[in-house]
Design a protein around this ligand. Structure first.
Ligand code: DX5
Ligand code: ZN
Length: 227
């Protein structure tokens, strides 16, 4: 299982988007988290296919595309063609989640399934073996800069246990309110793919990435020693 820090560009300065992505890449980041919103599943709209296609020309970072849209099946081909490597859809937004995961795989992308804070883990019961990653939202999706919701920690812990019991080496992603403090909590609970927006792009990007990556690496080392 690999650990990743995924900067969410929703918190970037869009005027300097290319430069800011360059900075996270130079600081050693491998994944980029790209939030797509439809103004229905979540209250607001963010960016779309042309932004992903344009960024794809300039960076080889792994594109982790988080789609917060109602019935996103019709969007998958376009985002895959634009250069997504992973496409994550919300379980709550897909009437035929099994089929949507299949569509993502058919497009040659990895498939993630996200659930909101109030959605129970039981929604994932039957698709755990089909998805490449589960995203446990740790805020209500729609906006950056919100406060981490504490009860989500227990969901991460229970999901990691569920995956271990089924002997699946599952990537568990967390998204929302992750900073230098809350990152310790989610790592301890079993998350290995860590999204951070304002904690990366707010202030000195290089320094923020170094600190967050440092915490992750320290955790990995100590986990390796415990094994
Ligand atoms: C929220 C988005 C997040 C957001 C996280 O709906 O899915 O990816 O950018 O922002 P922070 O890290 O600032 O909470
Ligand atoms: Zn996100």
């Amino acid at each position: 299982m690999e650990y990743q820090l995924c900067p969410s560009i929703l918190a970037a300065d869009f005027w300097r988007l290319g430069e800011e992505i360059d900075e996270v890449e130079k600081a050693g980041v491998k994944w980029l988290h790209i939030d797509i919103m439809d103004g229905r599943f979540v209250p607001t709209i963010s960016m779309g296919v042309p932004v992903v296609a344009s960024l794809r020309k300039y960076t080889s970072l792994f594109f982790d595309v988080h789609i917060m849209a109602e019935e996103p099946a019709h969007l998958i081909r376009d985002f895959a063609r634009a250069g997504a490597d992973m496409i994550t859809v919300h379980g709550e937004a897909c009437l035929h989640l099994d089929r949507t995961i299949g569509l993502i795989h058919e497009q040659g992308c990895k498939a993630g399934v996200a659930i909101n804070p109030a959605t129970p883990l039981s929604m994932l019961e039957n698709i755990l073996e089909l998805a490449d990653m589960i995203l446990i939202m740790t805020v209500n999706p729609g906006f950056g800069g919100q406060k981490y919701i504490d009860y989500c920690t227990e969901k991460v812990r229970r999901l990691r246990k569920m995956a271990e019991e089924r002997e699946i080496s599952l990537d568990i992603q967390v998204d929302g309110g992750i900073n230098r403090e809350t990152i310790h909590t989610v790592l301890d609970a079993g998350a290995n793919v860590i999204v951070a927006g304002s904690a990366v792009f707010g202030g000195d990007i290089r320094e923020n990435v170094n600190i967050l990556k440092g915490i992750i690496e320290e955790y990995e080392d100590s986990a390796g020693m415990r094994r």
